[in-house]
Ligand binder design. Structure first.
Ligand code: ZN
Length: 182
């Protein structure tokens, strides 16, 4: 018999979970009307934010970047499923901070010997604060994200606890959330 892959292990765990899970009462609408855009980093979870299953939409990609597809999810989240606040979180020690667009592209092309046109960008970044502000700006200027939706950007900078708050030049609050992320 071939060795179990991690997917097999997960399927077996889900089989057990499905017999007992108590979340059937939840609806697709987030109870706390919050959408969080954050990185796929394994160290970030809803527990990091004191959230429970059912509280919020959590949209994740490499970096926590506002892309066309992120916008698609956020628009569905608000208009179809009733969320009223959007939070963008980037974090220290992000994989995308350890590379550059050209570096990553070159590395992959060297490994594969191929140069596809997509993805057009990896959204590598060096400065967290600058990066979260940029994501915030993309949301703020999008005509389908209404002004009534509270949009905040956050970056995680310290190992534990909430460390600081500051005002960005456009006086939008930036929270520096502390989480166990490196
Ligand atoms: Zn990351």
């Amino acid at each position: 018999m071939p060795a179990m892959s991690v997917i097999d292990e997960v399927l077996a765990a889900n089989e057990i979970y499905s017999r007992t899970h108590e979340l059937r009462k939840l609806t697709p609408r987030p109870e706390r009307k919050l959408a969080v855009l954050t990185c796929m980093d394994t160290r970030l979870s809803i527990r990091t934010l004191g959230l429970k299953t059912g509280d919020a939409h959590v949209i994740r990609n490499a970096g926590g970047i506002v892309t066309d597809d992120t916008l698609r999810s956020l628009v569905v989240s608000h208009y179809l499923l009733g969320t009223e606040e959007i939070m963008v979180i980037n974090h220290t020690d992000c994989g995308l901070m350890h590379t550059s667009e050209q570096d990553l592209r070159t590395r992959i092309q060297n490994r594969t010997g191929k140069a596809p046109v997509t993805p057009a960008f990896f959204y590598a970044f060096q400065n967290i604060e600058e990066n979260v502000r940029h994501q915030l700006q993309k949301l703020r200027t999008h005509p389908w994200i209404p002004e009534s939706v509270a949009v905040r950007a956050s970056s995680t900078t310290s190992p534990v606890g909430v460390s600081a708050k500051s005002k960005t030049p456009d006086s939008t609050e930036v929270l520096y959330l502390g989480v166990a992320a490196g």
